[in-house]
Ligand binder design. Structure first.
Ligand SMILES: [Zn+2]
Length: 282
């Protein structure tokens, strides 16, 4: 694929990212993401088209509203860039148009869940159920469309279909033992969809298990990095507030899980048999 096409795909991804921002902002707020013009969240000024150009508007305006000069959250430009990266990565896989569109829907849903979890420390049931259904359908579509009924009840299919529920179990156990103190059940519900989604290209429950292990490691390194960073720089700024992160702080786990799904999907890294294929699309 040539650079111009990739650039155009990236731009298209940022436009979708801009829409995903609206979905994240309006989800559970009672207003539809498809209705109404975009407004400044501070002064409610209706935004012109040139204030809605992904990434560019944010940079030109210095991250502030042109009307009231209120700061615009970094969430907006970050989601737009991540969405652009997702679009380029998925297009580089070179799949058929329908599969490409479907994968983009799955990854966009995950991006929305991750950022929503970061904002609200909760994974909404509606979004996580939507992701699980998309994953199950993807799993059945890509792996088992041609199977007869008798084959469906044999070993490989059952094992792979269990990839979702198996991954839910450790989260449920942690949740039950701690009575919801260590972990929310939302992460476990998310793991069901992760199991099905990753079982499709790679087979079985080990890819999903790898994603969960990777998420724990990324999360642990991130938290330890910040805790030690605070020793050096006493005040760590997070979301504009000065907060101290300690071993008792609650950190949303969803974003780490979702980052890990992305890494496992595109690298095929598997901690259970030690295999890894970097940049599977190259
Ligand atoms: Zn404003």
């Amino acid at each position: 694929m040539d650079l111009l096409s990739l650039a155009l795909i990236f731009v298209f991804g940022t436009i979708i990212g801009s829409f995903l921002n609206v979905v994240i902002y309006r989800y559970n707020s009672g207003s539809s993401p498809l209705k109404g013009r975009s407004q400044c969240f501070s002064c409610a000024k209706t935004l012109h088209w040139y204030e809605l150009v992904p990434i560019v508007s944010f940079l030109i305006q210095g991250g502030r509203c042109r009307g009231c000069h209120a700061k615009i959250s970094w969430q907006y430009i970050t989601v737009e860039i991540l969405s652009g990266i997702i679009f380029v990565s998925v297009f580089l896989l070179g799949k058929k148009p329908l599969e490409t569109a479907y994968l983009l829907t799955i990854f966009s849903t995950l991006l929305v869940i991750g950022v929503y979890d970061l904002r609200h420390q909760i994974i909404p049931d509606g979004l996580v159920a939507f992701f699980a259904l998309l994953s199950l359908a993807w799993f059945l579509w890509t792996m088992h469309l041609g199977l007869g009924l008798s084959e469906m009840f044999r070993y490989p299919f059952i094992w792979e279909l269990l990839a979702g529920p198996i991954l839910f179990f450790p989260f449920w156990a942690l949740w039950a033992i701690s009575r919801g103190k260590w972990i929310g059940l939302g992460d476990g519900k998310l793991a069901i969809g992760i199991g099905w989604f990753l079982a499709s290209p790679l087979g079985g429950a080990t890819p999903g298990g790898s994603a969960i292990m990777l998420a724990f490691w990324i999360g642990a390194f991130w938290a330890l990095g910040i805790i030690f960073g605070q020793k050096v720089v006493p005040l760590f700024r997070w979301k504009g507030r000065t907060t101290h992160l300690s071993m008792k702080s609650e950190i949303p786990f969803g974003p780490f899980l979702i980052l890990a799904v992305f890494v496992v999907y595109f690298t095929h890294i598997n901690f259970f048999d030690g295999s890894i294929t970097f940049f599977t699309f190259l």
